[in-house]
Design a protein. Structure first.
Length: 153
């Protein structure tokens, strides 16, 4: 970061903003895609057991890393490009978190919504309640991961 006397504005390194945005976006995209997907997959598969089978859990993590991580990286790159360095730390991670919390569950329901027909009404209600609570917690999650934005500085 340097000061340009001709324009009177601070110059920033966009590469570091994009890198920080991509890292934050991957983490949030994966998490926000994994949570509704695990409810959708586990609804018809898991009966009265408390935990999911290990193979199902590993498959969900790989699907979330591929699909949710890719969506999050795209959102993070766009967020890194559009957030100015003069903004206080936390604004970029909160905006990426909120955007991922809106986009990733919608994509998860579009891709894996066919499992809703095999779930009971109670499990469907719990899944939608879970997603709504994730939307309310998007800003605190974004604030918790604002330490990654130090890459920009």
């Amino acid at each position: 970061m340097s000061f340009d006397n001709r324009k009177g504005q601070m110059q920033e390194n966009k590469f570091l903003s994009v890198l920080a945005g991509a890292i934050i976006g991957f983490l949030f995209g994966m998490v926000y895609y994994y949570m509704p997907t695990s409810c959708l997959f586990a609804g018809p598969v898991v009966g009265d057991e408390i935990l999911m089978p290990k193979e199902l859990h590993q498959m969900l993590l790989s699907i979330s890393a591929k699909t949710g991580g890719l969506i999050g990286v795209i959102i993070g790159i766009l967020g890194g490009l559009s957030t100015s360095i003069t903004m206080p730390r936390g604004h970029m991670s909160k905006s990426i978190s909120c955007t991922c919390a809106l986009v990733c569950p919608i994509v998860a329901f579009i891709q894996h919504g066919h499992f809703l027909s095999e779930m009971t009404a109670g499990r469907i209600a719990i899944t939608f309640f879970y997603v709504v609570m994730l939307l309310f917690l998007a800003i605190p999650f974004g604030a918790a991961f604002s330490f990654i934005e130090r890459i920009r500085e």
